[in-house]
Design a protein around this ligand. Structure first.
Ligand SMILES: Cc1cc2nc3c(=O)[nH]c(=O)nc-3n(C[C@H](O)[C@H](O)[C@H](O)COP(=O)(O)OP(=O)(O)OC[C@H]3O[C@@H](n4cnc5c(N)ncnc54)[C@H](O)[C@@H]3O)c2cc1C
Length: 282
């Protein structure tokens, strides 16, 4: 449980972090909250030559709610997302989801950017970002680019981030009038991570006009529940339609199996959690 030796630098700005990364992209690791990275180093699952501590970078922190969008700095902690009143007024799903992450100690240190960049298949924010149609702003010395949350999660612990890149900001379009979101999960009893978690958003104007659903925990990475969403659009949000949408999504999902939950059990949770999330919105 002792990490291999590494050099350590505290970056004071995003530009400094990007420059440090560029010198040796493969051999450098960023540390934000450190909740995942430090155990990874101790288990020697990663042995970077240089650790760049980004936690003090002010420009990567904070929540801005404007007329058309919401911007969240990657270093914003789960606890800050939980207590932000302006964010809660526009998107109460943030408080709901943050409250389901682990415990106060983890929420006080863990960052939304660290969670997204780490892409744990059972993390909560990825499902929420997909449902909210978030765009992730990625920066490097070569400039910046935006990636839709639906395209960001590539595989288990794998994202669209390339070596040398920093996840800087999360951009979320302000929801249209009438659009409501919810997040729910079945917690792993030991870690609190999602065995399966479902974030759902829908605008109901007689029929379901806009449906977006993100699922975490079920597969190798978080994904949009497009099968359920496509089935529901244009239909009344009735109990029968919701049940059928959840059934179709469950049948279409290739689920993970591990010592805690079999693929069959996870598929059944995709069905029940999708149904429950949509019923809560109906
Ligand atoms: C006991 C425990 C329980 C937990 N329970 C939950 C839970 O219920 N739900 C949940 O979702 N999460 C849970 N977590 C995860 C936790 O909330 C953090 O989100 C997670 O550890 C990563 O965030 P971090 O800021 O600590 O990142 P770090 O550990 O610092 O970094 C993680 C990885 O992301 C990279 N990275 C960090 N920031 C950036 C960035 N801005 N750009 C590019 N790369 C970056 C790092 O290089 C590293 O590879 C739990 C963690 C612990 C320890």
């Amino acid at each position: 449980m002792i990490p291999a030796a590494f050099d350590y630098v505290r970056a004071g700005s995003l530009a400094e972090a990007m420059n440090l990364l560029q010198r040796d992209p493969e051999g450098t690791k960023l540390v934000a909250g450190g909740h995942t990275l430090i155990p990874t180093l101790k288990l020697r699952l990663a042995s970077p030559a240089l650790l760049v501590d980004i936690r003090g970078i002010a420009e990567m922190k904070g929540i801005q709610v404007s007329e058309n969008s919401i911007s969240i700095g990657a270093l914003t902690t789960h606890a800050e997302l939980l207590v932000s009143e302006p964010l809660h007024q526009v998107l109460p799903i943030f408080r709901q989801a943050a409250n389901l992450i682990a415990d106060p100690q983890v929420r006080n240190r863990g960052t939304i950017g660290g969670s997204l960049a780490n892409a744990d298949p059972a993390a909560d924010w990825p499902a929420v970002m997909i449902a909210l149609k978030a765009e992730l702003e990625i920066a490097s010395v070569n400039g910046s680019r935006r990636v839709a949350a639906t395209d960001f999660f590539v595989d288990i612990f794998s994202t669209a981030l390339e070596p040398g890149e920093v996840l800087a900001t999360i951009h979320i379009p302000r929801p249209a009038t009438g659009m409501r979101f919810t997040y729910r999960k079945i917690r792993h009893p030991a870690s609190g991570y999602a065995v399966v978690g479902v974030a759902a958003g829908v605008a109901v104007t007689g029929v379901a006009a806009d449906v977006s659903i993100g699922v975490t925990g079920a597969a190798s990475h978080a994904f949009p529940a497009d099968v359920a969403a496509k089935f529901l659009v244009g239909k009344p949000l009735s109990r029968e339609n919701i049940e059928e949408a959840a059934r179709l999504q469950s049948a279409a999902t290739e689920c993970l199996s591990d010592r805690y939950a079999s693929a069959e059990y996870r598929a059944s949770l995709v069905r029940t959690e999708t149904r429950r999330a949509l019923l809560a919105l109906a």
